[in-house]
Design a protein. Structure first.
Length: 274
């Protein structure tokens, strides 16, 4: 019987067909709209970072930041490298969404994508896209289910509107995948990746420790509540929210003052490390 060393010396990896491996990152940010009246709190918008493709395939269409895995790096390192190279934005948090491996998902050949969802706080965002700021933009995003059970994805930046209609496909262990029914303006199967990423984000937003990643170190309870409501598309009574989040935050001695408003106390995430 041959040894492992002998087996490996005769093993030829080239005897087996291998796919190319990529990563794609759905990077979300919550931005505050300009306040038009001091009597109202500014509305929050959930936004997604997209990059306009400069070459084929899908030239001039919009896609998630991503690229091919390089020798010697992990898929997580690839995801972080690609989003930073293409947008000059480094996520503070990144989470796996799933593997997208349909054989015909990319017209260039057999290419598997490892998808991630990331969270970027508004204050950390700088000028995006190294060569041309028009190549990467933050799109306002909405994702809702209609009365027919289909999901409608909408992405808007100024006069550019992208959309997709998707059907939900249940899979094992509670995971959800999506099948694209209609697609307008999004490259590859990125509409399905965005839908899956949105689902992961909404599920994680039930955990208060996740939504802190959208916020600066110190924040008001109103801003914390707005983040969760914006992601989950729900409304919560302020008193109920304050009670539910009380175990996750601690008061500071600082306040923020706004025109027409009483000073609001600033809070920080409670350190739960022992």
């Amino acid at each position: 019987m041959e040894s492992e060393k002998e087996f490996l010396s005769n093993y030829k990896l080239s005897d087996y067909e291998r796919p190319s491996v990529t990563t794609d990152v759905a990077a979300f940010m919550i931005s505050s709209e300009d306040k038009t009246s001091y009597r109202k709190n500014p509305e929050n918008k959930l936004q997604l970072l997209l990059v306009k493709r400069g070459g084929h395939p899908y030239k001039d269409m919009w896609a998630l930041p991503g690229g091919f895995l390089q020798k010697g790096e992990t898929v997580e390192e690839c995801a972080l490298r690609e989003i930073q190279e293409e947008t000059q934005v480094l996520p503070t948090a990144i989470m796996p969404v799933g593997v997208f491996s349909d054989p015909d998902r990319d017209p260039r050949g057999w290419i598997i994508s490892n998808a991630y969802v990331s969270i970027i706080s508004e204050e950390s965002v700088r000028q995006v896209s190294g060569d041309d700021a028009a190549d990467a933009q933050w799109f306002s995003v909405s994702f809702d289910r209609n009365e027919n059970g289909e999901y409608y994805l909408s992405l808007v930046y100024e006069d550019t509107e992208l959309s997709a209609v998707l059907a939900e496909k249940k899979s094992g262990f509670g995971r959800t995948k999506f099948h694209i029914i209609e697609n307008s303006g999004l490259a590859f199967d990125h509409a399905a990746i965005i839908a899956a990423s949105f689902t992961v984000l909404r599920n994680e937003a039930k955990n208060y420790n996740t939504i802190f990643d959208f916020l600066p170190e110190k924040f008001t309870l109103t801003s914390l509540q707005k983040v969760q409501e914006t992601i989950m598309n729900v409304s919560v009574l302020p008193a109920n929210f304050r009670r539910m989040v009380s175990g996750y935050v601690e008061e500071t001695d600082e306040y923020v003052r706004g025109e027409g408003h009483r000073p609001a106390r600033l809070y920080r995430r409670k350190n739960t490390m022992i």
